[in-house]
Write a protein that binds this ligand. Structure first.
Ligand SMILES: Cc1cc2nc3c(=O)[nH]c(=O)nc-3n(C[C@H](O)[C@H](O)[C@H](O)COP(=O)(O)OP(=O)(O)OC[C@H]3O[C@@H](n4cnc5c(N)ncnc54)[C@H](O)[C@@H]3O)c2cc1C
Length: 410
């Protein structure tokens, strides 16, 4: 192959999920040339059927979608705002409630189908002539020159870029092309997801009960149903998944203490093995990691996608700012700045969630009493509650500029 056959772009991104597609849109909007690949076929979204995968998207991610020009179409397709969170513990009976209005906000975030976000971002990219999106395509080979990374895809296509971004999820193949250590382990839990129709209205609240064998969350959907994420130890999850719908509903009613009354129906269940992982470095040579490729966490606080969105926004901001000063987007100085800002913030979130996972997984009497007291105490201390809400909503912490803008609109 001659150098004439090799396409030249500023940035190649592997993985067109939430993080990769957001980064591609931000760079393309700023005039950079971007190629993005995904090993799966293009996702579709259909108004007639609710996607089984949804994410609680916080206000920082909403700000990013606004800045990317994706928010109006996301809202036009379908979003479900949530205004508060109620969480309670099975063992200690401790309880905590957060409400948007207590924090001067209209809402805390939105529950959005993953396919709504993905199809909207892919649609925006396809309209631009400086962005190429390739589905059903993997990376076969990588090589480096002093100034470029050269990528050969499974369709025989070759490209060279200053920077290659690994946004290909928890089992990142791009990460395997690097010397980056990925500290990881499986949680001893599996998450079961489904949508359920409930007797009582969810009132735009998200519910979470900390059961002794793992947390059960009910997230409000715009058609009145709830999306459940039930994380349970592996044996219980397998047993629950083998139950008939009727028997599963019985367990769900009992485990949710019928907080939303009886359960009328349940959609087919899906299961996800839950893993923890954090990359020791976020870049190596001309490769940089974002989203689940850099860090994966338990979904108990619904933060994985939101952290990945912050990675995408921060990296975009640094690449766009640096373009004026350097011709080399793979400059280690830029990538080091990105790593410093995002690794620290993600590290705090990962450690906090791991702590919560252990705290609520420990059923010794002493720990149960302490966490019951802790939940009730925190529930009464308004400044602590406000700080927690601000962090979870993405209004606090080391945020990229585009995640901060438009805060007054919430
Ligand atoms: C049950 C559950 C519930 C969750 N709920 C929430 C929530 O409410 N809020 C929240 O913020 N987070 C939530 N998360 C976490 C969230 O889903 C992830 O953090 C998020 O999807 C990560 O986005 P990503 O773009 O980094 O990776 P992914 O979404 O995994 O996307 C990676 C993309 O790369 C592609 N790919 C993979 N391998 C290759 C390859 N070799 N070549 C090319 N392409 C490849 C994949 O096809 C995929 O499109 C939840 C997770 C689970 C399991």
């Amino acid at each position: 192959m001659t150098s004439r056959d090799i396409e030249n772009v500023d940035v190649v991104i592997v993985g067109a999920g939430l993080a990769g597609a957001s980064l591609a849109t931000a760079l393309a909007n700023a005039g950079m040339t971007v190629s993005i690949f995904d090993s799966k076929p293009a996702p579709t979204w259909d108004i007639a059927s609710y996607d089984s995968r949804v994410s609680a998207i916080n206000l920082a991610s909403q700000n990013i979608f606004m800045a990317l020009g994706a928010w109006p179409e996301i809202c036009e397709k379908r979003v479900s705002p949530f205004v508060g969170i109620e969480a309670w513990d099975e063992r200690s009976k401790g309880k905590i409630c957060f409400h948007a209005t207590d924090n001067g906000l209209i809402r805390l975030g939105h529950v959005i189908e993953n396919s709504v976000i993905a199809t909207t971002l892919h649609g925006l990219l396809e309209k631009r002539n400086n962005a190429q999106v390739y589905f059903s395509t993997k990376i076969e080979r990588l090589s480096f020159t002093s100034e470029k990374v050269v990528v050969t895809t499974s369709s025989g296509h070759s490209l060279q870029a200053s920077l290659l971004v690994g946004a290909d999820g928890a089992a990142s193949k791009v990460r395997d092309f690097t010397d980056i250590d990925f500290i990881h382990h499986e949680y001893e839990q599996i998450a079961i997801t489904a949508h359920v129709a409930t007797e009582k209205s969810h009132e735009q609240l998200a519910y979470q009960r900390f059961l002794s064998k793992g947390p059960l969350a009910l997230l409000p959907l715009s058609d009145g149903r709830c999306s459940i994420v039930w994380s349970a130890n592996s044996q219980l999850a397998k047993d629950l998944n083998n139950l008939s719908d009727e028997a599963f509903i019985g367990h769900l009613e009992q485990s949710s203490e019928q907080r939303l009354g009886t359960i009328k129906s349940v959609t087919p269940r899906q299961e996800f093995t839950l893993t923890y992982g954090h990359a020791k470095r976020y870049f190596d040579n001309r490769i940089v990691l974002i989203g689940d490729a850099a860090h994966t966490i338990h979904p108990l606080a619904g933060l994985g996608a939101n952290q990945g969105m912050l990675d995408a926004a921060m990296l975009a901001e640094m690449l766009i700012d640096s373009r004026e000063k350097t011709n080399d987007l793979g400059d280690p100085m830029i990538l080091h700045r990105y790593q410093r800002r995002r690794q620290a913030d993600n590290g705090i979130t990962l450690r906090t969630l791991n702590g919560l996972y252990r705290l609520f997984g420990n059923n010794s009497r002493l720990v149960v009493n302490i966490r019951g007291f802790g939940l009730d105490f925190t529930n009464q201390v308004i400044p602590i509650k406000r700080a927690l809400v601000r962090k979870a909503a993405g209004l606090a912490g080391d945020l990229p500029d585009i995640a901060r803008s438009n805060l007054s609109r919430h």
